[in-house]
Design a protein around this ligand. Structure first.
Ligand code: PLV
Length: 329
């Protein structure tokens, strides 16, 4: 198998270096300079392609005939995109409630789509079964060292763009792959002292629950509308990061994540998933100011970077539906 892939496909990363934009609107709200790391413009619509592309590329070089990836949506789209570029088949297993636009996109990438179970954890069990087939390789959406290594490229771009470390990095946590990757990237560039504000929605708050319990625990279910944050148990490595780095774990309500999504659309004309709205809510819900007032963050931050993780499971109709859903809850 080694050598059967074209040179370009072998060496070229699947992700693009994304813009880092200073946001006038969010800076006004936060009272500190806010930079947006625009992962929403990745070819797969989210940051996931960084780590997944890295892992898929490595596995392809080792030789495999078929990828299988369980996903809340975005990891699957990244895996299908990378697999198509390599000319390798892919099966993506998603929970039953997955939006039709995500399924269409996956089929458009040439992937086989299987809907299985109510939440990602159940889809993941199915994917692990499929991965036992001869030549099939499992691509986990957040729990693999090569994913974290791949996500780390985001921090290298921050270093190149900013030069000096920001006062904090804000990111969303699902299973904790982005957190583990950003932490690894911070070490690589010598910025390991930078506080990470780890945002979750209530009902998908497996990291926050782990911190409270002192070990990874399994949530009874996923009740948040931010389905892409819906892993019931956080990756052990992400939990360890909370002990090794300055991680401030914060939980917002669904309504805050959805309102942040709407305000971001109006402020920046970019539409993202509520999973990403959870990170944006750190600004829009006044959380940064509270963390400063409580002494968890410096009162004189040079800047804050918000990782706009993106997401494909959203359009104007879905945003309206989400707003109606959270206003009745
Ligand atoms: N979504 C995963 C896991 O879902 C997936 O399969 O796509 N922001 C967006 C837009 C995401 O899609 C995800 C993860 C996250 C944030 C959280 O990233 P993580 O899982 O690395 O913490 C169940």
């Amino acid at each position: 198998m080694e050598g059967s892939l074209g040179d370009g496909a072998k060496d070229k990363p699947f992700h693009t270096a994304t813009p880092l934009l200073e946001s006038w609107a969010l800076s006004q709200v936060a009272g500190v300079k806010v930079f947006l790391k625009c992962e929403n413009v990745q070819p797969s619509g989210s940051f996931k392609i960084r780590g997944i592309g890295h892992l898929v590329g490595r596995m392809a070089r080792k030789g495999c005939s078929h990828f299988v990836c369980s996903s809340g949506g975005n990891a699957g789209i990244s895996a299908a995109y990378a697999a198509r570029k390599l000319g390798i088949a892919a099966t993506i297993v998603l929970p039953e409630g997955t939006s039709p636009q995500v399924v269409r996109r996956l089929q458009g990438e040439g992937a086989e789509v299987q809907l299985h179970g109510k939440v990602w954890d159940e889809a993941n069990l199915r994917a692990q079964e499929l991965a036992k087939r001869d030549g099939w390789v499992n691509i986990p959406p957040f729990d693999h060292p090569l994913l974290w290594e791949g996500h780390g490229s985001l921090v290298q771009e921050l270093k190149a763009a900013l030069g000096t470390p920001p006062g904090a990095v804000v990111l969303a946590v699902g299973g904790g792959g982005l957190l583990a990757g950003v932490a690894a990237g911070l070490v690589e560039v010598g910025w390991q002292h930078v506080p990470i504000i780890a945002m979750e929605t209530r009902g998908a708050h497996c990291l926050n629950a782990a911190i409270k319990a002192g070990r990874p625990v399994t949530l009874p279910g996923i009740t948040s509308v931010a389905k892409c944050l819906g892993a019931k148990t956080v990756a052990t490595r992400a939990f360890e990061c909370t002990q090794e780095f300055k991680v401030l774990s914060e939980v917002v309500e669904d309504v805050e994540a959805v309102n942040a999504t709407q305000r971001f659309l109006d402020d920046e004309r970019m539409l993202v998933e509520p999973a990403c709205g959870a990170a944006l809510a750190a600004v829009y819900s006044g959380l940064l100011g509270r963390l400063q007032a409580e002494g968890h963050l410096s009162p004189s931050l040079s800047s804050v970077v918000v990782i706009v993780c993106g997401g494909n499971s959203i359009d104007s109709q879905e945003l309206q539906a989400l707003k109606a859903m959270v206003s009745h809850s």
